[in-house]
Design a protein around this ligand. Structure first.
Ligand SMILES: CC(C)(COP(=O)(O)OP(=O)(O)OC[C@H]1O[C@@H](n2cnc3c(N)ncnc32)[C@H](O)[C@@H]1OP(=O)(O)O)[C@@H](O)C(=O)NCCC(=O)NCCS
Length: 148
């Protein structure tokens, strides 16, 4: 498997992946708009084709994970872990932390992030709709005194 930057002509595949994974998927237009933003980065995991992706938005020294998703038939093979680890390795020197929101019911994602050193730093009440659910705020700190 390789992980590399998303190419513009691959955006439709990411929109398909979003539809497969989420009740409120990012549209192709939203992905394209973020893709063209200098503060965002998108990376794909590839076997023969794209099997997963991860996106990050950066503001100053803070990294916000936009989404991570793996096609259902490729889950459970370490691809999600490889994508998050890729961001950790790429940004651990330049950012203070990586953070994200996740549904507490999303056991696979919560376990994935927890196993990589992300800790709960807060909760946003009724953040998600369809179905309504709080968001867990998970953060991995890179600076020495807060790193776990
Ligand atoms: C979350 C997601 C990206 C994980 O991708 P994946 O490639 O299947 O994950 P990996 O195989 O790398 O597993 C890494 C860890 O995640 C956790 N995990 C993955 N699938 C799990 C499951 N079905 N149940 C419980 N924990 C699970 C485990 O801790 C696992 O580590 P282990 O293999 O040592 O037990 C994938 O399930 C997905 O695309 N889900 C839909 C999209 C989504 O919810 N994204 C997160 C939004 S914040």
């Amino acid at each position: 498997m390789i992980i590399e930057s998303l190419k513009e002509n691959e955006i439709p595949v990411i929109a398909e992946l979003e539809k497969t994974c989420f009740s409120k998927p990012w549209s192709e237009e939203s992905i394209r708009s973020s893709f063209n933003s200098p503060s965002c980065g998108f990376y794909t995991a590839k076997l023969e084709n794209i099997v997963g992706y991860i996106g990050i938005s950066i503001a100053a020294d803070e990294g916000y994970i936009l989404n991570v998703a793996v096609f259902p038939e490729h889950r459970g093979n370490g691809i999600g872990r490889a994508l998050v680890n890729f961001l950790i390795d790429k940004y651990k020197e330049s950012l203070s932390f990586l953070t994200l929101e996740v549904r507490p019911s999303n056991t696979a994602a919560v376990n994935l992030y927890s196993s990589l050193g992300f800790e709960k730093v807060g909760e946003r009440p009724s953040y998600y709709s369809n179905p309504t659910e709080n968001a867990l705020l998970l953060t991995k700190y890179f600076n020495s005194d807060k790193e776990i």
